[in-house]
Design a binder for this molecule. Structure first.
Ligand code: ADP
Length: 426
């Protein structure tokens, strides 16, 4: 500006005032053009995405403006990168969460969802983003919970798309009314809870029946102490005694199960002579049979076993007593111990008894599962024997193998792993 004024003044003095005015006019026009060019560049730059291209170097006041703007843009970009990295970290953490996480907009549209939530609710991570969640998960109880606005309690949801699954859904509102939906898979917890309820119901039922019988007998005797003949009183007392013994057996088995479940995770290890143990079980089986069955023992593979002699004795004896109880008089029972080619040790009890239909076999080790409730009771069963056997074997990393067919007898084998076999030093 000053330069234009100087040159115009010089021209006016040295040449003519008209030339001076002309030079001043051209100079001003040129300056106006330059300002306009800078402004146009600024407008073009402002229309481009931020940070795409810095403003070039300029002169004078424009250089100051351009470098200020460039510095501001650099700061904004750095801030943005920092925020982006934080957002990525947050998303990675939400993705890695074992629970489902879903963010809903004010209108209930899915803004963001992690993989777990997509699997839990049967949604598609990309396709369903932006869609209202209640249009995608249409189960009335889920829709009602989301729309109720009362999220003080979580809601137990059984998604139709995942039969058998149970999810605990909790909505948390935040910010300006957005919602975060957290879903936790509680299928296992629900199963355990059902098992616990069934177990309590079963135990109560098992105890109630004999208790009713015992109290009935006592009432009858009390009501007619003088009128009831002595032999009837003795008969009633005998039956009451039988029922009391049944309750005792049940409680004993429950205590054994509970000790196995709540006791030390590992059995107390002994190293014992397994052939001796099998012969002891055979003697007890003979006593239980009282001559009604033919019992044979094959146990030639002398060996010592590392494990709990007490627990394995109870498991083997349970299998043998079942063979007696489910084989009619005259039946044949064999107890066999052998070392397999793999090095594992196998104890088998086979009988010529009533046998078991294939559909029952996978469930026999469930507590209180019986093929024939009446027969189990008649023979003094508690329905817990095989559950105890299974527990003991699991604690010894052993397996229970069952082969049976109705009317053809059964064979129950406990297979102990090779690493539990301790060879007898020769
Ligand atoms: P229980 O006290 O009823 O015998 P267990 O747990 O020992 O309970 O056995 C579960 C069920 O398995 C029994 O009720 C019976 O139906 C069946 N079972 C077990 N062992 C035999 C066997 N040797 N022969 C036929 N059925 C058997």
């Amino acid at each position: 500006m000053a330069l234009v004024a100087l040159v115009a003044a010089a021209c006016a003095v040295l040449i003519s005032p008209l030339t001076g005015s002309l030079v001043a006019g051209v100079g001003l026009l040129w300056m106006l053009f330059k300002q306009h060019a800078h402004l146009a560049r600024l407008v073009r730059w402002a229309h481009k995405p931020i940070g795409q291209e810095p403003l070039p170097q300029a002169t004078g006041l424009w250089d100051l403006i351009y470098s200020d703007l460039n510095r501001n843009v650099r700061q904004v970009m750095a801030e943005r990168a920092k925020l982006g990295a934080e957002l990525d970290r947050f998303r990675d953490a939400s993705q890695a969460m074992p629970d489902g996480v879903m963010y809903l907009s004010l209108t209930g549209a899915i803004e963001w969802i992690n993989r777990r939530a997509a699997e839990d609710l049967g949604l598609d991570l990309d396709r369903d983003r932006g869609a209202p969640v209640i249009n995608l998960v249409r189960q009335p109880d889920f829709v009602h919970y989301l729309e109720s606005g009362d999220y003080s309690e979580p809601f137990l949801f059984h998604p139709i798309r995942r039969p058998g699954a149970a999810l605990l859904v909790q909505v948390i509102t935040f910010g300006d009314g957005r919602r975060m939906v957290i879903s936790r898979d509680v299928t296992q917890i629900e199963k355990l809870e059902t098992m616990r309820r069934d177990f309590v119901a079963n135990v109560s039922h098992e105890l109630r029946t004999p208790l009713t019988v015992v109290s009935g007998f006592i009432e009858t005797v009390l009501d007619g102490l003088d009128d009831v003949p002595r032999e009837d009183v003795l008969r009633y007392l005998g039956m009451a005694h039988e029922q009391a013994a049944r309750m005792q057996r049940l409680i004993q088995d429950l205590l054994v199960l509970s000790a196995l479940e709540t006791g030390a995770p590992q059995p107390i290890e002994d190293v014992f002579d397994v052939v001796g143990l099998v012969r002891e079980v055979a003697r007890e089986t003979e006593a239980l049979s009282a001559g009604r069955h033919t019992i044979s023992v094959i146990a030639t593979d002398a060996c010592r076993v590392q494990g709990s002699a007490k627990e394995l004795h109870s498991a083997f004896a349970n299998l043998a007593s079942n063979a007696i109880r489910y084989s009619p008089s005259g039946g044949e029972i064999q107890l066999r111990w052998q070392l397999l080619a793999s090095g594992a040790g196998e104890f088998c009890v086979s009988d010529s008894g009533i046998g078991i239909a294939p559909e029952h076999i996978p469930r026999l080790t469930e507590r209180f599962y019986r093929v024939d409730r009446g027969r189990s009771r008649e023979t003094g069963g508690t329905g817990l024997g095989l559950a105890i056997v299974k527990h003991v074997l699991t604690r010894h990393q052993a397996e229970l193998k069952i082969t049976s067919a109705p009317g053809e007898g059964s064979c129950f084998c406990a297979v102990l792993p090779a690493r539990r076999m301790v060879p007898i030093a020769s």
